[in-house]
Each structure stands twice: as C-alpha cells, then as structure tokens.
Design a protein around this ligand. Structure first.
Ligand code: C5P
Length: 419
C-alpha cells in the first residue's frame, strides 16, 4: 500500500511529499525533514536530477525513513508507487528549495521529470519555498510565474533577504526550516487563513496572547455624522487570523469594517479612537501587539448631542479638532504591562522610510511595517501590499504580496521572535 511508505502517521496522520530541487539551499531540506518528523508528520521525498547534485538520496532516506523517488520511468517505482499514487498518499506537496526553473515549469504546466509530473498531476495543496539568486527572484519572468502560481492557489513561503551564496545581497534566500514548518502547519491546519487555528502545544505561538487593532475609527461630529478614513481592515484582520493560525490567542480590536470577523479570534467592535484605546488597555496583558488600525489623528472637540441643523443663510459650522490618544504609543509605554513585541504600521504617501524610522523611535515600537499608500499604489483598500519591515536592526524590503501573504509572513516572523 502506497501510504505505508510514509512514516510518522501515528502521531498526526499528516503526510508531506517533499520535492527537493537543485540549489545550494537543498541542504536545508534535511533539517526540514527532521523538523517535520519531530512534529509528527510522515515525509516522503522526490529528488530532482539537479537536487541530487546537492544532497544524496541516502541522506534524505535516512532522515525521512522512507524511500526516495527520483526516476519517472523506473518500473519498480511505477509498480510499487506510481506518480499518481505519490500525490494521492500525501496531504501536502512541498517544494523546497523551489528553483526559478521548477517554478517556471509549474507555471507553464511542464511535466518532464518525476517532480514536475507529480506537481501537474496532483489535486493536493502545494506549498513552494523559493530559493534563488536575487536577480532571478526579481526577474519579471519569475515575478509573473509567482503571480500565476499564487492565482492558482499555490502557497508560498517567501524567501528571506540576506547575503547569498553568490556573494549578492537581497531577497532570494530559502526561508529557514522552522519558517517552512510553520507555513506547512498553517496549510495543513486549514484551507484558508480564516480556518481553524493550529492547535496543540507544538503550534509556534501556543500560549501567547496577541492584541491586534484593525480598520478605521469613526469620530462623531454629531449623532449622524462622523470623520473617518478609507482603511478596509483587510490587513489587520489577516494578521489576526494568521497569528491565530500559528496558535496564538488573539484579541482583535476592530473599527467599523465590512470584512468578516476572522474565525478563531475574539473580536471587540469599537467606533472611536478612545473606545479603541479602552478596549486595548482592557485586553492587556499581551505578549504581542500589532497596531494595524488607521486611527483618526483628530476628533471633534465636543461632538454635538443633536444633529447639527443646516439653517438658511447661516454660515457653515466650524469644526474644532483635538488630538486623539496615540494607542500604539500608550500601550508601548504601559510599563510592566507593555507587550514584549510591539509592532506598528506606517502608511505614508511621502518620505516613507524617514517617517517609518522616526515612528519607530517616537512611539517606542519594536518593529514598524512601512507601506506606501499613495493613490497610485492601489494599496489602500486593495488586496495587495508592498511593505518594508523596519526595526532597530535594519530595513527589510518584502516583495509586493497579497495582504494574506504579508500577514502570514509577519506572523511567522513574530513566531520566530518567540521561538
Ligand atoms: O497615524 P500614524 O502614521 O502615526 O500611525 C502609525 C502607527 O500608530 C500605526 O500602527 C497606527 O495603528 C498607530 N496609531 C495608533 N493610535 C493613533 C495613531 C496611530 O495606535 N492615534
């Protein structure tokens, strides 16, 4: 029986088919197998010809305790476990490292070896962990291939930024095995980011409490009018869901939005900035706080009790404004109750980096997620985001991603910090 080849079934029943493509980062696949086995997953491996130049079938076999498949035309393999069976026996296919070449083949539907044939034949979820030279990663061909794969529902563990084996610097380094494991667990836990949270003590953020703010605030002028902004809450809600998927207990304090409450998250609905501050203060203590809300900077000094009437010939009313409390800065100054990791957002139309860095210091945040929200970016209210992660240790630029993927990546980063 095909499934018998996969070990570790007794612990989780989850089986991963790991496809190891060629690249210097293939050595990290060995550590990934070890982590997967420790997490109770069964692992079988498919090694491409190029992958076999970097790691041996023997090491994959020893760590996975399972046969390693390489040859599409091997009669033995086809009689014992055909390529369709390989995919059928798995809950998830993982390509790590995923080279520019295998990603291009996947996008084009090429099936010219065992790995690509299995990938074309499968109806199971697929997760890719790209690894390549920075110029290859940023090449329009790879960008287009990644967009095609994302559209088809392929999950992605984004590569990290850093020094590369080719003596260049930038995004393209294979994500670390614990990051890939967290993404695998998130995919195995459910089909969407709003699905049931990863449970159990092995979830990376199990036992942690995360506070997240999201959406706009409404500042009343009178009982029927208010000052607001265009925030949709999509990014904040996705972050709350992604943290819950990694096992955190999440309190989401949300302004008025049209996106649904994420599953597995406790949501406090508020309208004004002062209500948001009260809800956040009441939610403490928390280990993690992510302030993604677009809080109104000002409110009307005294909102009218009754509707302000338009009177013929009268001057329009003048609104006198007063500053709202800064929720991030207040929680970051909460003394012993300050969450260990405080993350703010900087949505700017000008001088993005300078503003983000000054916010980091001024608000006593640990990280600032900076994004350009000028109308031409299409980010405000849109489905995608292009962010830079600013911290005391430097600036990391992430590629333009779906807001769900930004959320997942941020949640993984947070999980690493609490590693
Ligand atoms: O509005 P500003 O650009 O200063 O927002 C930066 C960060 O501070 C964001 O994370 C936002 O959620 C937070 N903030 C807040 N309370 C405010 C203003 C902003 O928590 N009154």
């Amino acid at each position: 029986m095909a499934g018998k080849e996969m070990t570790g079934e007794k612990k989780t029943g989850k089986k991963v088919l790991l496809i190891v493509a060629g690249g210097i980062a293939a050595y990290k696949a060995l550590e990934l197998i070890r982590l997967l086995r420790r997490a109770g997953c069964g692992v079988s491996c498919v090694l491409t010809d190029n992958g076999g130049r970097f790691v041996t079938p023997l090491s994959l076999q020893a760590l996975s305790e399972s046969k390693v498949y390489a040859d599409l035309f091997s009669l033995t393999d086809e009689s014992e476990m055909g390529h369709i069976e390989l995919s059928r026996a798995a809950d998830l296919l993982v390509v790590a490292p995923a080279t520019a070449n295998i990603l291009a083949k996947m996008a084009a539907g090429v099936a010219d070896d065992l790995a690509t044939t299995v990938l074309l034949a499968t109806d199971k979820p697929v997760l890719v962990a790209p690894a390549m030279n920075v110029r290859m990663w940023l090449h329009p061909a790879t960008v287009a291939n990644m967009a095609t794969l994302a559209e088809r529902g392929v999950h992605v563990v984004q590569p990290n930024e850093g020094p590369m084996a080719c003596n260049e610097f930038g995004p393209g380094r294979l994500a670390e095995p614990p990051e890939i494991l967290a993404a695998i667990e998130a995919v195995l836990a459910g089909p969407t980011i709003g699905a049931a949270p990863t449970s159990g003590a092995s979830a990376p953020l199990a036992g942690r409490h995360a506070l997240v703010t999201s959406g706009p605030t409404y500042e009343p002028i009178d009982p029927v009018r208010y000052i607001a902004n265009r925030s949709s809450g999509r990014q904040g809600h996705a972050i709350a869901a992604a943290l819950a998927q990694l096992g955190a207990r999440v309190t989401l304090v949300s302004g008025p939005v049209s996106v649904a409450d994420p599953d597995g998250v406790s949501v406090v609905h508020i309208e004004s900035a002062r209500e948001m501050l009260d809800a956040c203060t009441s939610a403490l203590p928390a280990d993690i706080a992510v302030f993604a809300a677009a809080v109104a900077d000002w409110r009307v000094t005294t909102a009218a009790v009754g509707k302000i009437k338009k009177r013929p010939g009268a001057e329009p009313p003048t609104l006198s404004l007063v500053a709202n409390p800064d929720i991030l800065a207040s929680i970051a100054a909460a003394g012993p109750e300050r969450p260990r990791l405080v993350v703010g957002f900087a949505a700017e139309t000008d001088d993005l980096m300078a503003n983000a860095q000054s916010k980091l210091a001024r608000k006593n945040a640990d990280w600032i997620v900076a994004n350009d929200v000028s109308p031409s970016s299409g980010i405000m209210g849109g489905a995608e985001n292009a962010v830079h992660l600013v911290s005391a240790s430097g600036i990391e630029t992430w590629p333009r991603l779906a807001k769900d993927d930004v959320a997942r990546r941020l949640a993984r980063r947070i999980a690493e910090t609490f590693g």
